[in-house]
Design a binder for this molecule. Sequence first.
Ligand code: GYE
Length: 306
Amino acid sequence: AGGTGGEAEGPKPLDELVVGFAQVGAESGWRTANTKDIQAAFADAGIELKFSDAQQKQENQIKAIRSYIQQGVDYIAFSPVVETGWDAVLNEAKAAGIPVVLTDRAVDSKDESLYVSFLGSDFIEEGKKAGDWVLEEYKDTTEPVNIVQLEGTTGAAPAIDRAEGFAEVIAENPNLEVVASQTGDFTRAGGKQVMEAMLKSQPDIDLVYAHNDDMGLGAIEAIEAAGLVPGEDIKIVTVDAVKDGMQALADGKINFIVECSPLLGAQLVEIIETLNDGGTVEKRIITEETTFTQEQAVEALPDRKY
Ligand code: GYE
C-alpha cells in the first residue's frame, strides 16, 4: 500500500500499529531487563511488537530487519550489535518508507537521515564516571596502579566509548596504567575466562575495569578461584547496576558501579506514538543515570527492579 510509516495517512489507531524490534541477544542481565521492559511497555500501550533475538550476530540482526521490511511493519527499532555496516539495510528501510529508531546503541553512519532518533545512554560519560572513581581512589598513590580492562563486544558502541571515556580521565594520573585489555563479549563466561588468563599473565593486578556487571561477576569467580579477595586484593569497577551487580557491590566484592539504565521501553513507545501522530522527536535522547558506591548499593537494593 505504498505509504508505510503512517506519515502520509495520519495517525493509525494504536492497535493497528506494528513495530519490529531487533534485539542484540540475551548476553547479559542488562539485556534481559531491557528486553522485558520493552516488551512490557508495548503490551501496556496496546501496540503490537514483533521481536527477534540476533544472538549477538550482526548478520542475524540484518536478516531480522529485512524481514520486518518485507512484512511492511510501521516502524523498526533496533539496538545495533556493532557500530559499523548498517548503511545498506537502513537504506532499504528508508526506501520502504519505514522509520527506524535506534535504541541503546549507536551506528557510525554519516547519513543521519537513516534513522529518526537514537535513544540511549552516553557511554563516553559512563567511562568517564568509572575513571573519576579510580582517579579519586588512587589520588595519593605514588606507586604504579596496574589496571586490567574487560571490554564489551568488539566494535560495539558501549565497548568503544566506555574505553575512551575511561582512558581520557585516568590519563590525568601517570601512575594509572591499563596493563591489559581484552574483550569478554559482555558475558559472565567471557569475563571469567579473560580474567583467568590475565591472572596468569599479569603478576600484580590492582584493579579490574569491566565494561559491564556480568563480566565483572565472571572476574570475581576467577579472582576467588585464584585465592584472592575481590574488592580488596583486586578492586573492581563495572557499568550497568543490574541486581546481581548491585548485590556484589553491597557484599563488598565490587567497589563501584556506574549505572546504565536498560529501562528504555516507555520512552521508545512515546517516540513511536509521537511519530504516529505526525510529530517530530529529538534526534538524540539521552538516558539519565547515576553511580553507586557500596553503601549506596545496600540502600538501593531493596527497591531495585532489575
Ligand atoms: O551495558 C551490557 C549489554 O548496550 C548498554 O550491552 C548496552 C550494554 C550493557 O550487554 O551489559
